[in-house]
Design a protein around this ligand. Structure first.
Ligand code: KIV
Ligand code: ZN
Length: 521
């Protein structure tokens, strides 16, 4: 690998998934892992296998699929965690064990209650054990940016001596600033023997909005791996955003003189995939992948753009995979055009899924004249859950009147095609419809959050609803879409209900599916 090459270590499925409201089902994680492989990331941190049986299963399944990138799992510095990571990742052709322990005075005194020497001993023991299992071992001194520099250098030296092949420097609480982080990396380069024999890595959080800037400062000072997530999702304010870091390096190549192996044309579809799956909608003005990132409203800008795009545009929309001709299909579009467009958007469906999605596309095209990319994504993303039964929504009727409770009547079909009709009143149409669903299915969900997002543009745009609900002490998230937003809510609710019923039917855990009982770091 050339000295100019920056490895992209994606932790969307570990640090990203750890963020509240971002947990993913196994199927969703597989979709994300596949998209990350198509994006050509170097390493996928697929999870923290010791956190829960669901996490273990999902890391193992991702590893078994062998998508291409190195598959990595996180472990604390203990034998059980390390063995679990190994068991989960070993079937991937290329795999890595990532061990971490906190090193800052605050963590030593208040969390670990361990002396400096004990921490070094624990790190060295863990790295040695991991090296007995695999050749590729990463070590992270958690809260490195708040660790005394000389002690940090001692820890990093010990980690290299013990056999770590990558040493990652986390700004765990998003506290550092670029100039300070630059000094930290230069200090390590100068004071740690053999540091040039390993890959130095950076891992930043965005608490002060500087995760990307700090990561770029680190690579300018010699780091050669950036740990980041799609859309910057992650604990609290999130992690370094992959798309921002990658596009900064690409767009300012003459400044950084560095490169990544990322196929930037996959950035936009991957970003959409992750925001659809997690229900974390992006601010319109989010850099690179926000809806407004390439929109030019002001007249003076539009004039300049018409003369020459480079007047106000430093990147081209197509560089990130944003097509100019967003308007795609209509009622008369055929199956081929439909499937081609899905492939362009990054979806590769099997025959069965394509047929199902195409059927839904035709139904939607009857209700809505123009079908945009967002509508197609919505069809694919919302296809699986509700249509896998046992319940299907046949019809919904809602009545609202100012100053009076709303009324909703739903008709559902059960697995055998038998109709069940129920109605209910509620404070609003959504409450009434949810009550009616509850009467029909017998599953009582406590609604915690209802988020509405427009899948595309225009008055007849589909509404995408993400509901967060609680059922028997567990948190679940469901998605639904329709041109009618109450119906979209019902579909989201039904998707969760169906998952709960299928899970109860199987009598087994549904890995990673809203299970809120996990070990925390
Ligand atoms: O933020 C952090 O310190 C981490 C480590 C486990 C790498 O996520
Ligand atoms: Zn982190």
């Amino acid at each position: 690998m050339s000295d100019k090459q920056i490895r992209i270590f994606d932790t969307t499925l570990r640090d990203g998934e750890q963020a509240p409201g971002c947990s993913m089902t196994l199927q969703e994680k597989l979709r994300v892992a596949k998209a990350l492989a198509e994006l050509n990331v170097d390493i996928i941190e697929a999870g923290f296998p010791a956190a829960s049986p669901g996490d273990f299963e999902s890391v193992k399944t991702i590893a078994e699929r062998n998508f291409g990138p190195v598959i990595c799992g996180l472990a604390r510095c203990n034998a059980e965690d390390i063995q679990k990571v190994y068991d989960a990742v070993k079937s991937a052709e290329r795999h890595r064990i990532h061990v971490f322990v906190a090193t800052s005075a605050i963590h030593r005194e208040h969390k670990l209650k361990m002396a400096k020497e004990e921490i070094i001993k624990s790190a060295v023991g863990a790295i040695q054990m991991a090296r007995e299992l695999v050749d590729d071992v990463e070590f992270s001194p958690e809260d490195a940016s708040r660790t005394e520099l000389s002690y940090l250098a001692e820890v990093v030296s010990a980690a290299i001596e013990a056999g770590a092949t990558t040493v990652n420097i986390p700004d765990t609480v998003g506290y550092t600033v670029p100039a300070e982080f630059d000094r930290l990396f230069r200090y390590l380069k100068e004071h740690v023997a053999r540091i040039d024999e390993i890959t130095l890595s950076v891992h930043c959080h965005d608490d002060l909005g500087m995760a990307v800037a700090n990561s770029l400062a680190a690579v300018s000072a010699g780091a050669r791996q950036i740990e980041c997530t799609i859309n910057g999702i992650g604990e609290r304010a999130g992690n370094c955003s992959l798309e921002e870091a990658v596009m900064a390096i690409k767009t300012r190549a003459e400044f950084f003189d560095l490169e990544t192996g990322i196929d930037s044309t996959r950035l936009y579809p991957t970003s959409r995939l992750v925001s659809n799956i997690t229900g974390m909608q992006l601010p319109r003005n989010k850099a690179i992948v926000g809806e407004n990132a390439f929109a030019h409203e002001a007249g003076i800008h539009q004039h300049g753009m018409l003369q020459h795009a480079s007047t106000y545009e430093i990147m081209r929309p197509e560089d990130i995979g944003l097509s100019n001709s967003n308007l795609v299909l209509g009622k008369h579009s055929g199956r081929h055009a439909f499937r081609d467009r899905l492939v362009e958007l990054g979806f590769e469906l099997d025959e069965f899924e394509t047929n199902r999605a195409f059927k839904e596309f035709k139904i939607l095209a009857d209700k809505k004249k123009d079908i945009y990319d967002g509508d197609l994504e919505s069809i694919v993303m919302n296809a699986g859950g509700a249509s896998s039964g046992p319940w299907t929504l046949k019809s919904l009727e809602v009545q609202t009147h100012t100053d009076e409770p709303a009324t909703a009547a739903v008709t559902l079909l059960d697995e055998d095609g038998k109709e069940v009709a129920e109605s209910a009143h509620g404070d609003g149409p959504v409450a009434a419809a949810f009550q009616a669903l509850e009467h029909a299915t017998g599953v009582r969900l406590i609604l915690r959050n209802f988020e509405l997002h427009s899948a595309s543009i225009g008055e007849d745009a589909q509404g995408e609803v993400t509901v967060s609900v609680e059922y028997e002490g567990r948190d679940y998230r469901g998605h639904g879409a329709s041109v009618d937003i109450v119906e979209a809510g019902c579909r989201a609710c039904l998707e969760v209900t169906n998952r709960i019923l299928r899970r109860a039917h199987r009598g087994a855990a549904d890995p990673g599916n809203g299970d809120s009982t996990r070990a925390t770091i």
